[in-house]
Structures are given as C-alpha cells and as structure tokens.
Design a protein around this ligand. Structure first.
Ligand SMILES: C[S@@+](CC[C@H](N)C(=O)[O-])C[C@H]1O[C@@H](n2cnc3c(N)ncnc32)[C@H](O)[C@@H]1O
Length: 348
C-alpha cells in the first residue's frame, strides 16, 4: 500500500463527493432563481439575495458559502459575486454554455438508484419512460443549448447539400425527438420545410407539441408517437437522430427503416455523444460523464428493447459506421464535432 497514492485517491474522492453535493446545490439555485438573480455579476449580500428571491436568508448564506468554496462565486467582505463566466454557465438560460438546467439528469441517476440495482441484478433493462420525471426536462435542458448554438450554424451546413434543400422546402424526420428541442430549432430556421418528430415516449410527444406552439412553429413541426422502426412515409430528405440512436435496442433495424424511408438522395444526420473508438482513448472528463450516464440511462434502455444491442453512449465512430453499413448505407463520414458531440452523415 502506497500511502501517497492513497492520499491522492482520497483527495480525488472528496473532490467528487463535493462535486456531487454541489450539483444538488446547482439544481437548488436553478430552481429558486438564485443564479439568475446574480447573473448581472454585481456584488450582493445574502440578505439582499434572499429578499430578491423570496428565500430564507440564513440558508441563502450557507448556499453562497458552498458556492464560494467551490469556486463558483467570489466573496469580498461578506458580499458575493457570480463572475461573468460562471453566470453564463449557471444563470443565463439563453447562453450557449448554460449547464444548470441539465444538472437534473444527474439528479435522476440518484432518484433511480433502486431501479438500477434491480436492473443490474436482473436482465439489465430500464426503459426511458421508467426514469424519474426530472430525467425528461433535464435532458431537454442539457442538450438544448448545444442545438441552439451549433445545429443551424454549423452541423447542418457541414452536411452535403442539406441546407439548400431545407431553404427550398424539405421533409424532415427527427427520430427519438424527446421534447423536440432540435426539431423546434430547425423549424424556426427553415420555414419552408416540414418537420415531424417521432418518439416512443408518449409524455415527451405531448411536451414537444407544446414546445412547437411556444416556439411559433406549430404550422410546420408536428410530433407523433412511434418507434424508430415504424414511422410512416418513404420520401424524407433528411432523417435525424439526436443523442438517441445508441439508446435504441436495435439501431441496425432503425437505420434499415431510415434507409427505406429516405429519398434516393436523402441524408441521415446522426448526432451522438463525442467518443473515441476505445476505452483507453476515452479516459477523459467527457468519457467519464458519458460512461456513468450510459450505465444508468442509455445501455439499460437499449437492453429494455428488442435485440438489446447495448451500444452505450461511448460507441465511437467506427462502431456507429458498422451500424449504418450493416443497414445498407454506402457512405458514412464525420461531418463535424464538438467536445460533446460527434456529427455524422450517412447516405445511401
Ligand atoms: C437521450 S433522449 C434524447 C432526446 C432528444 N433527441 C434530445 O436530443 O433531447 C433519447 C430519446 O430516444 C427515445 N427513444 C429511445 N428508444 C426509442 C425507440 N426505439 N424509438 C423511438 N424513440 C426512442 C427516448 O424516448 C428519448 O426521448
């Protein structure tokens, strides 16, 4: 036993426990509007913040202390300040790096612990719809900033000839659309096109329909309950999967269905969590986050469906290429990437 290594590891573990506790504090601050109330990056006292948000001053002070000890805030003589950079991540919902909303996904992992114990002792299955409700809104808020920032500005332009079709009027399917964050972003940018979101989770379809109304695109974006292998029509110009193909039990079956649903010159846009091809290459903070989430969410969902391929959230480009090749697609390439996503294009 090497005592120095033990101390190093205990330090890491204490830091991780602090991180987990802080994430609960982030969720609290997001729900109570505490970060939003500090998003102007001005100095404030606990009492002033408590008065502004209608919260208990003593608890607000403790929460501020935790944020200061975590490096989330600055403190000066009993006053606290949320720096501009932290405000972008925690207090400004429209910012491209807003992360506080997505923290609820991590909360769901704790809520669902008993279900995971049962799945791990059993057949490994836990369906998407059986998670704690905070999973669904959390997922929407986790991914939406990325779609708003990248989808129209860089991901769609990285595909061969797709933006021209969308401008002229294309037919688009968004498979596994969840709350429709990606569908609404695309529909807002391309009014001449028609978008249909499909998902097998009925409550998500209702929320997505509401989001299309709120986003002013209900005339061109609609949502229908259905699986990735049974949606209708065979004249799509673009079929998209946003962070969902690896969640499916039968991704090859889904890709085969897309093959027959696409026009001859149609395109598949596959957005997946960023991953390299091997575990050794994924030893980084993004790999750590996605492997852990995949243990609780993506892999058990896949195991709950027919085939149960269990790709996991860190499948990587080579494994995803194999899925599309097996489904009959002849072209598959990485069109773009961000630190969190691979953007892949498949053509017939
Ligand atoms: C991680 S969520 C992503 C949701 C959405 N695309 C987004 O980016 O916010 C995965 C989604 O895939 C859906 N899903 C999983 N398996 C499916 C299947 N076989 N057919 C249709 N939808 C499926 C789930 O219901 C869930 O909404």
């Amino acid at each position: 036993m090497d005592e120095a290594k033990l101390n190093d590891f205990m330090g890491k573990l204490v830091s991780d426990m602090g991180g987990a506790a802080m994430l609960a504090s982030v969720i609290l601050g997001d729900e109570l509007g505490l970060y939003r109330a500090m998003a102007d990056s001005q100095l404030t006292t606990p009492e002033a913040l408590a008065a502004k948000t209608g919260c208990n001053p003593r608890l607000v002070r403790e929460w501020l202390n935790a944020n200061a000890a975590s490096g989330y805030m600055e403190h000066h003589d009993g006053q606290f300040r949320l720096p501009e950079e932290q405000a972008m991540a925690l207090g400004i919902e429209d910012s491209p790096v807003y992360a506080a909303g997505g923290a609820s996904v991590i909360a769901a992992l704790f809520h669902d612990k008993d279900k995971l114990v049962a799945a791990m002792r059993g057949d490994g299955a836990l369906a998407w719809g059986d998670h704690h409700p905070c999973m669904f809104g959390g997922t929407e808020r986790f991914f939406r900033p990325g779609y708003r920032t990248h989808l129209v500005a860089s991901w769609l332009p990285a595909l061969d000839g797709v933006v021209e079709k969308l401008k002229a009027g294309a037919k688009v399917a968004d498979i596994g659309c969840g709350h429709g964050a990606s569908t609404v972003v695309m529909a807002q940018a391309f009014p001449a096109s028609r978008f249909v979101g499909f998902d097998y989770h009925a409550p998500s379809i209702s929320t997505a329909t509401q989001r299309a109304q709120e986003g002013g695109v209900a005339d061109r974006a609609s949502f229908t309950l259905g699986t990735a292998k049974d949606y209708p029509d065979n004249d799509y110009d673009l079929i998209c999967y946003f962070d969902c193909l690896h969640d499916m039990g039968d991704p090859v079956g889904a890709a085969k269905h897309a093959y027959q649903a696409l026009k001859a010159d149609g395109t598949v846009l596959l957005v997946e969590p960023f991953a390299n091809d091997t575990l050794d290459e994924n030893m980084n903070p993004v790999g750590r986050l996605f492997y852990a989430a995949s243990t609780f969410i993506c892999t058990p969902n896949s195991l709950s469906q027919e085939v149960g391929l269990g790709l996991g959230a860190q499948a990587g480009e080579a494994r995803l290429r194999k899925v599309f090749t097996e489904a009959g697609f002849s072209r598959f390439r990485r069109a773009a990437e961000t630190p969190f996503n691979l953007i892949l294009e498949a053509r017939k």
